[in-house]
Ligand binder design. Structure first.
Ligand code: SF4
Ligand code: SF4
Length: 335
């Protein structure tokens, strides 16, 4: 049996996957656990926390490993992970994805940035940052992001055997989808080979912030909010759906647009911004101004509906949405 590299006070090596619904983190967690249990003889468990969320909402998968002499009686979410796998870089805008990490935890991010850039962006003090362009690999290999992330996770959890994982991929796909076996294997291998990582020491005199439980605050008669108080208000104007985009987004070319509104008819999220202007004959008409990317979840229905190629599907680049967003102008005045 293999030896786990680190253990917490209960004897567990713990992994947390931070993702959005639809990227396959739940399945990746199950496959990781299976590779640990069946492949290398560890005790292990995997479960996910997601509820009624629709595709595109934040989800977490939790994996726990220990040796066979340790019983797993802890079914609580992983709060202090030795490895965190972040399936969507933008999640860090709204979720504390690095919550509870140790000084020597490994943070794997699906990103095109460098480890240094991510250290700045995520305000990490120290630890190992690993990066893999899982969406890019998946698009090139016409496969799933989770396969590339799994490849990278196997490289980082070197007590797991990648050959076991490849056998699981073959076994689960070859009967029903034989044509999908090779793309899945290639995506897994590229994730394994292309992950880059760098370790940063804590700056001298600094310590990791003390761990504070954030997701499940201890509420009692002294600390509970006053009844009926909404402490986290939200509505469809405030909502930011940009974390729901899984790598692709529509681009708008105004010069090709005939303002037919076919895109607006299919968009489920009120993304298209219009303005009344005079047409060539001086008659008032609605003209499309652009896309409010705050509400765009990247479903690409608009691209399929557009008759003129004024909308195209493109790989999302960092900063594009902010630079090209045409914001809705809501009149929030209350009379
Ligand atoms: S991809 Fe297009 S249809 Fe889908 S949410 Fe974004 S703008 Fe709307
Ligand atoms: S469907 Fe295409 S052409 Fe029609 S309004 Fe939308 S972007 Fe313009």
């Amino acid at each position: 049996m293999v030896t786990l590299p680190k253990l917490n006070e209960l004897g567990f090596f713990e992994i947390r996957l931070e993702s959005i619904g639809g990227l396959g983190a739940n399945l990746a967690g199950k496959m990781l656990a299976e590779a640990g249990v069946v492949g290398v003889g560890l005790n292990g468990v995997s479960f996910s926390s997601y509820g009624s969320e629709k595709k595109g909402s934040p989800v977490k998968a939790h994996i726990r490993f220990c040796d066979t002499n340790t019983n797993i009686r802890d079914a609580s979410p992983v709060e202090r992970p030795h490895v965190v796998g972040i399936f969507h870089e933008s999640l860090s805008k709204t979720v504390n994805v690095i919550s509870g990490i140790y000084e020597d935890s490994i943070v794997l991010v699906n990103s095109t940035k460098t480890p240094e850039q991510l250290k700045e962006k995520m305000k990490l003090l120290g630890g190992t940052i690993a990066v893999v362009d899982a969406i890019g690999i998946a698009l090139e290999e016409k496969n799933r992001t989770n396969m590339a992330m799994l490849g990278a996770l196997f490289r980082l959890c070197d007590f797991l055997d990648p050959e076991t994982m490849k056998a699981v991929i073959r076994k689960s796909l070859e009967k029903k989808y034989p044509q999908a076996v090779q793309p899945a294997l290639r995506t897994f291998e590229r994730g394994y080979n292309e992950v880059r990582f760098q370790t940063f020491d804590l700056p001298e005199g600094m310590q990791m912030p003390a761990f504070v439980r954030q997701d499940t605050p201890v509420l009692g008669y002294e600390t509970q909010p006053i009844g009926g108080t909404i402490t986290n208000p939200g509505n469809s104007i405030l909502k930011d759906l940009s974390i729901s985009r899984a790598g692709m987004m529509p681009h708008f070319a105004e010069d090709k647009c005939i303002h037919c509104a076919a895109c607006d008819n299919v968009c489920p999220d009120f993304c298209f911004v219009w303005e009344e202007q005079l047409d060539k004959r001086g008659r008032p008409q609605m003209f499309l101004q652009g896309i409010d990317y705050q509400y765009c979840k990247g479903c690409l229905k608009c691209v399929k509906a557009c008759p003129t190629e004024a909308l195209t599907d493109e790989r999302e680049e960092d900063g594009y949405a902010e630079a090209h967003r045409v914001p809705h102008r809501f009149d929030l005045a209350v009379n």
